[in-house]
Design a binder for this molecule. Structure first.
Ligand SMILES: Cc1ncc(COP(=O)(O)O)c(C=O)c1O
Length: 317
């Protein structure tokens, strides 16, 4: 029975999810587990250049796995034909590879899994299994979306968001990332080896609270601003993606060994994706250069042109 009255809960806008038709789960890696189980694939091809957390479900299910390389444009180097029980996973890394996703949809059809973890705003292709991890775009305790045409006949428990809220709340309360960095690391560690769960009630409510169009436009315009200034010095050449593509970050290539440190010293936090890849690839590979030298400059919706100017000033200082 619906409760009426009593004390107030946290006030959130009751809007809509951006991904309305998707299965709502706890993490993107578990969306991958869901697909692998539902489609009963025997072998998966995955890129060396990816988060090691996507290996979790593959190892857990004991599915055969083969790595493939990408070139410096982050396009797959892969000429094999897939057998009927094999699948090819491609991640739209940094949210700048939607043109490649389109080509792979044409090439592999339903035997493609698109990992749009870095491309939250990209819509899925009809009939193509597609994964989203909105935590890479917004502060959330849990939550992932999966578009698929094959549902598992199983009832999954619901995630509990409360233990996953500490770093999110402390960053607001104390006003800086350092105050809760250890909480954030503990939180990331707590996501390892979680079973498939449904998205928590709180993540569900928080995702319905977001003003998506506004935030998307802000992120795109920050990306474009950085590109308008840094583009001439950026040897990473972006694809000619559509105007309304919303990248995760602005990818700036620099082999200056001190630049990442200089940015971090100036409180511009530039992540390194993904150190585990470095153990698998040669030093002269595209992956090695991408992980070490392609800096993801923050350009998300939390920031404005002033903030982008500060990043630029630090780079040219
Ligand atoms: C490209 C990519 N795919 C998938 C994942 C897994 O996302 P989740 O943490 O929601 O399982 C990550 C996480 O870092 C990622 O970067």
């Amino acid at each position: 029975m619906k409760e009426i009255g009593g004390y107030f809960e946290l006030q959130l806008r009751k809007g809509e999810h951006y991904h309305k038709g998707a299965v709502q789960l706890n993490t993107a890696r578990n969306c991958l587990e869901y697909i692998l189980r539902a489609k009963k694939y025997k072998k998966i091809y995955i890129p060396y250049l990816n988060s090691e957390v996507i290996w979790e479900p593959i190892k857990k299910l004991g599915i055969e796995c083969e790595f493939y390389s990408v070139d410096f444009k982050i396009d797959p180097i892969f000429d094999k034909k897939l057998a009927g029980d094999e699948v090819f996973l491609y991640s739209d890394i940094y949210g700048i590879k939607c043109n490649t996703v389109e080509k792979l949809v044409r090439r592999f059809g339903k035997q493609l899994i698109v990992d749009n973890t870095h491309a939250f705003y990209s819509r899925p292709y009809e009939g193509i299994d597609t994964i989203y991890s909105p935590r890479k775009f917004f502060g959330l305790p849990d939550g992932a979306y999966l578009y698929t045409d094959t549902l598992l006949d199983e009832v999954f428990g619901k995630d509990n968001a409360i233990p996953h809220m500490t770093h999110l709340m402390k960053r607001i309360e104390y006003g800086n990332a350092g105050a809760a960095y250890q909480d954030y690391l503990d939180y990331c560690a707590s996501l390892i080896d979680q079973p498939i769960k449904r998205m928590s009630n709180l993540a569900n409510a928080l995702l319905a609270n977001i003003d998506y169009e506004n935030l998307k436009q802000r992120q795109i315009s920050n990306f474009k601003y950085l590109h308008s200034v840094l583009g001439k010095d950026n040897i990473y050449e972006f694809d000619n993606f559509p105007e309304d593509t919303c990248p995760l970050s602005y990818m700036f290539y620099s082999e200056d060994p001190d630049l990442r440190k200089k940015l971090i010293d100036n409180k511009i936090f530039v992540s390194t994706y993904w150190k585990a890849t470095l153990d698998l690839v040669q030093k002269d590979s595209a992956e090695y250069r991408i992980v070490n030298y392609l800096l993801p400059l923050p350009c998300d919706h939390r920031y404005n042109e002033e903030d982008m100017k500060r990043i630029i000033d630090v780079i040219y200082s």
